[in-house]
Design a protein around this ligand. Structure first.
Ligand code: FAD
Length: 434
């Protein structure tokens, strides 16, 4: 067993939110540990091949791709562009998105963490137990299962849950909530293909491809479950990412936190993906020489469980573009809900809304913060707030707040949003050049 160790801040989950939190806490002088259960950093990007950053820019009616949040989202977008990990910002109707190359995103983030003094990263390390005590300065006693070391003990003063699934909060017995299984957003299965001609994967041809696959299901050439497919060119010339939007299963209980159920959904999606690829290579000239070049490590899960915070962001806060004096970040993405696997339902906000610091601080445990997909928001609001640009901004804010709390020896609810904003702006010009 590895010996027990001490950290000021432990961040659980090495997705976009967790990396922003861990780098920010360490940049402000906290001795920080980032835990990731998977092989790579990057969360849904690395493990599920999400390949565009949404929520990074102001609405497209501002004229051009203007980064919404200063600090980590803006610093990272410039660093990714300069390193060739991201392409040019692309306009998609009323919004802009930034295309990225998933494996290179994961490698970029790993290097960023490695170059950050005071930050230690452990991959293949899953948080499995949390105990909380008021008597010691290191309030959190954590158990972590690492592939090489086995189970070890870690003590921490401040804990940040960026697990996407509120796993740390649930283990700690903090207040959490989740939408009902019949309401929760549907997952998708994204895989990569190589050897694909570009002609059918851009502009209207790309949309036609979606219709062709849906038509094949309608005519019985492909089985039901394959009807919702989106193809998007990767940054490499002959590479595409194919997103298979999965229907709500009717024959197995729908439990996206259950690893066995996820594995059976993944196996089913993989069979469907193989049928779609066979159909495309047989019927579409651009796919004649195509092959599947990579499967994802995991299914892409949009929504599971969230932590209940001091403040909960509601759907009308997002849609009315509500401002709040405790703002530490802003959100401009529409409410995008995948209740029907054939199409998302979009509702556009009147303007960018505030994300208050209280939505990143646990209501029941004041030394526990959260960011990204498990911040405190209603099901409807999460439809907008779950995207990567917002995960980076909320991750940075709670990382800064945790470092300020660690310096002062105080709970997170004693930190002022004004101080968090000040520290974000102070570091906003620092380049991330790798
Ligand atoms: C199919 C799909 C398509 C999407 N498309 C887009 C898009 O185009 N653009 C966009 O911006 N967003 C998109 N999203 C949303 C976006 O990917 C996520 O919401 C975003 O990744 C949130 O980042 P996060 O850091 O909060 O969580 P995640 O990326 O989910 O990262 C959480 C990490 O925590 C780790 N973890 C969990 N439990 C533990 C534990 N106990 N111990 C240690 N580690 C743990 C996980 O392994 C994971 O790596 C999409 C999502 C899906 C599913």
């Amino acid at each position: 067993m590895c010996p027990s160790e001490n950290f000021d801040v432990v961040v659980v989950g090495g997705g976009s939110a967790g990396i922003a939190a861990a780098v920010s806490a360490a940049e402000l002088g906290s001795h920080t540990l980032l835990l990731e259960r998977g092989k790579f950093l990057g969360g849904n990007v690395a493990h599920a091949f999400v390949h565009t950053i949404c929520g990074l820019y102001c609405a497209a009616n501002e004229g051009h791709a203007l980064v919404l949040n200063p600090g980590m989202p803006s610093r990272l977008a410039s660093g990714l562009r300069a390193a060739g990990v991201a392409g040019e910002a692309e306009r998609a109707g009323r919004v802009y998105v930034l295309p990225i190359e998933p494996p290179r995103y994961a490698a970029f983030l790993a290097e960023l963490c490695e170059r950050t003094p005071g930050l230690e990263v452990r991959t293949e390390s899953e948080l499995i137990k949390v105990e909380h005590t008021e008597t010691s300065e290191r309030r959190w006693a954590l158990r972590v299962r690492n592939r090489e070391c086995g189970v070890s003990g870690i003590a921490a003063g401040w804990l940040v849950d960026s697990s996407g699934d509120a796993n740390a909060a649930a283990l700690a017995g903090a207040s959490v909530e989740a939408a009902a299984p019949e309401e929760i957003q549907l997952p998708s299965f994204i895989f990569r293909m190589g050897g694909v001609g570009r002609s059918e994967c851009v502009g209207f041809a790309k949309l036609r491809l979606t219709h062709v696959v849906a038509g094949a299901v309608a005519h019985g050439d492909l089985p039901p479950g394959c009807e919702s497919v989106l193809v998007r060119p990767g940054l490499e010339p002959d590479e595409v990412y194919v997103t298979l939007n999965m229907p709500r299963p009717i024959d197995i209980p729908y439990a996206l936190l259950d690893e066995e159920r996820l594995a059976s959904l993944a196996a089913r999606a993989r069979e469907d993906a193989e049928r779609i690829v066979e159909f495309l290579s047989r019927t579409r000239p651009a796919f004649e020489k195509s092959r599947i070049s990579a499967w994802p490590e995991r299914i892409g899960v949009r929504e599971t469980r969230r932590v209940l915070g001091l403040r909960e962001i509601r759907g009308d806060d997002v849609l009315s573009g509500r401002s709040d004096p405790d703002e530490i970040a802003r959100s401009s993405w529409p409410v995008e809900l995948w209740h029907d696997h054939r199409r998302a339902h979009f509702e556009y906000p009147e303007g960018a809304c505030s994300i208050p610091l209280g939505s990143l601080v646990s209501r029941s445990h004041p030394y526990l913060g959260m960011a990204g997909r498990c911040l405190s928001a209603s099901h409807q609001a999460l439809g907008a707030l779950r995207v990567i640009g917002t995960a980076l901004a909320t991750g940075e804010a709670i990382g800064v707040a945790a470092a300020l709390a660690a310096n002062a020896g105080s709970p997170l609810d004693a930190i002022a949003a004004d101080d968090v904003r000040h520290h974000i702006l102070e570091r906003a010009d620092r380049e991330i050049a790798l």
